[in-house]
Ligand binder design. Sequence first.
Ligand SMILES: Cc1cc2nc3c(=O)[nH]c(=O)nc-3n(C[C@H](O)[C@H](O)[C@H](O)COP(=O)(O)OP(=O)(O)OC[C@H]3O[C@@H](n4cnc5c(N)ncnc54)[C@H](O)[C@@H]3O)c2cc1C
Length: 270
Amino acid sequence: MNTITDQNHIMLRVGKKQIESQNFATLFFNHALPFKPGQFIMVWIPGMDEKPYTISYHSKENFAITIEAKGLFSTKAISLETGDLIGIRGPFGNGFNIKPDDKVAVVAGGCGMAPLATLMEQLSKSTTFIHGARSKEYILYPERFDIERLFCTDDGSFGYKGFVTDLLEKEITSGKHFDSVYTCGPEIMMYTVFCICEKYDIPCQVSLERYMRCGFGVCGACVCGKQVVCKDGPVFESSTLRAMKDFNAKALLKSGKDVDLSQYFSWRCK
Ligand SMILES: Cc1cc2nc3c(=O)[nH]c(=O)nc-3n(C[C@H](O)[C@H](O)[C@H](O)COP(=O)(O)OP(=O)(O)OC[C@H]3O[C@@H](n4cnc5c(N)ncnc54)[C@H](O)[C@@H]3O)c2cc1C
């Protein structure tokens, strides 16, 4: 449950910056933040804007966010250096419902690895971990976890050539049993993961992305069907996804206009 203080900005200086690859950078902050994997914070760059980012590293003393450079805000964010000031609010959202004794598969696509990273640190070493990206340079944290990972890329530059969803279905049909599947990545990928899980009767948890403004369910910018993604999500379970008509279908632009998801995520095709 978020308290009222979560909605006020705390100003923090960047403690350390870690370049993950040509497209990703991680900013560390020396600040203790109560947090559950899958939750997010609103990050304010003074004079610019405020956007949601997940916590990608977390300890008692510090936390970090990992940013992929896409547009103006994220490009500015990855150019910040040690000592630069930002504001944060949160954490917000529900986070993953973690069942440590379950046999699980984690399926990560591209920048979707960031919210799954702290989750991986709470799961058993026998977790089936499938991680894909467009190409090798988009694979985030290739060395970070000591859990065996099945890598894949769309262009075959690293690991299996193909999609994470091919690997997930192969694991299931080869006889692996999963009590649940956790996923984050492009929505078309998460929808396919959801459909595979429905086919084999496996509960899944999906972390959704929508345009967010307030972060705590008041402004309505991030509604998806009957759900307010920032407050009811961003993690949704199969039972909710089944009834969510806008899942893999529609999203609201910054202006509030209701568009097809392909238009909302059109920057991905640039
Ligand atoms: C819960 C949540 C967690 C996120 N965590 C991460 C993360 O850990 N790392 C990361 O790199 N990105 C994360 N994002 C995406 C991030 O908030 C930005 O959307 C992204 O960095 C692009 O911003 P931009 O302004 O540079 O690009 P722009 O070119 O302005 O936008 C590119 C696209 O990003 C999306 N977007 C832009 N602004 C917002 C907004 N206020 N809320 C939601 N989506 C927006 C839209 O689809 C837009 O078309 C997360 C988004 C959500 C909703």
